[in-house]
Design a protein around this ligand. Structure first.
Ligand SMILES: [Zn+2]
Length: 276
């Protein structure tokens, strides 16, 4: 399947560069450590959850509505958190990609691209929101700027990806005032620049999940419902059916990290952790 090849190539390129160019920690905050006990619990849970997750049929209209609704719920808290951190980009431009793989991306210029596949696999609004919030987390922690160092490899992967991007059916751009504008023609190149171009370190991925949990917590959303998406990703990753592997650590490790983050956030009532 095409996605597997994509993942593999992206992975091969990224590991080559990161070993050479940086230590690639790059997280702004100190993050809770995952212990082996929790990891094996997460592994058992994912195994017990069964094989590949199922997607459901949604219309284009439903996809847009789902993303808009989730975004409306989390935007105020996310913007506030971003200004509190004073690290990264707090003005975001959202694109919906027609790509049906389970993936989303953060790119230069505050661009956040969410694949249609996210909505197809999500069970509820919280699960959609956690994906958007994760990408906001990359932006607000300025991971994108640090990730640009890896862009040379990204550009290489990009030429491979362009064929797949031809499959983008339709997407829209939405500025922070909530105006929706069709940008299919001019966003094409931009989208090509955003998807799969930036590679984040494992620490940065964990931080984006942590910030996503803070955003949802402060938005009054149900973190246990959002957690379902971490299980879905883990299930998909064991079957190698997800484009998420391109750019995100998947599997039980991510689920365990999520649980640790949520426990800490609940205990602190939504405060940010210490700076690294
Ligand atoms: Zn990420």
């Amino acid at each position: 399947m095409v996605l597997q090849r994509r993942s593999f190539l992206a992975f091969a390129g990224v590991s080559g560069l990161s070993g050479m160019a940086c230590g690639c920690a790059g997280a702004v905050h100190q993050l809770p450590q995952i212990d082996s006990g929790h990891l094996s619990l997460a592994q058992s849970e994912v195994q017990a959850a069964g094989g590949a997750p199922s997607r459901h049929q949604v219309s284009d209209q439903e996809v847009k509505q789902a993303l808009d609704a989730a975004l409306d719920r989390i935007r105020p808290a996310a913007t506030q958190l971003c200004h509190e951190m004073r690290v990264g980009v707090c003005v975001w431009q959202f694109h919906l990609s027609g790509d049906r793989s389970l993936n989303a991306n953060a790119g230069p210029g505050g661009v956040i691209t969410v694949n249609r596949g996210i909505v197809e696999y999500a069970q509820n609004e919280e699960e959609v929101a956690v994906v958007i919030a994760h990408e906001m987390g990359h932006q607000m922690a300025n991971h994108v700027a640090t990730g640009v160092r890896n862009q040379q490899v990204g550009a290489l992967a990009g030429t491979i990806l362009l064929g797949a991007l031809g499959a983008v059916a339709g997407y829209y751009a939405r500025d922070t005032t909530g105006t929706i504008a069709g940008q299919a023609a001019k966003a094409g190149g931009q989208l090509g620049g955003a998807v799969g171009r930036i590679s984040f370190s494992k620490e940065q991925e964990r931080e984006a999940d942590y910030l996503a949990a803070v955003i949802l917590y402060r938005s009054g959303m149900d973190l246990d419902k959002a957690r379902g998406f971490m299980v879905t990703i883990a299930r998909a990753s064991t079957r190698k059916e997800t484009g998420m592997l391109d750019s995100h650590p998947a599997g039980p490790e991510r689920l365990a990290g999520w649980d640790k983050a949520v426990a800490e956030i609940r205990a602190s009532n939504g405060r940010l952790p210490q700076r690294a």
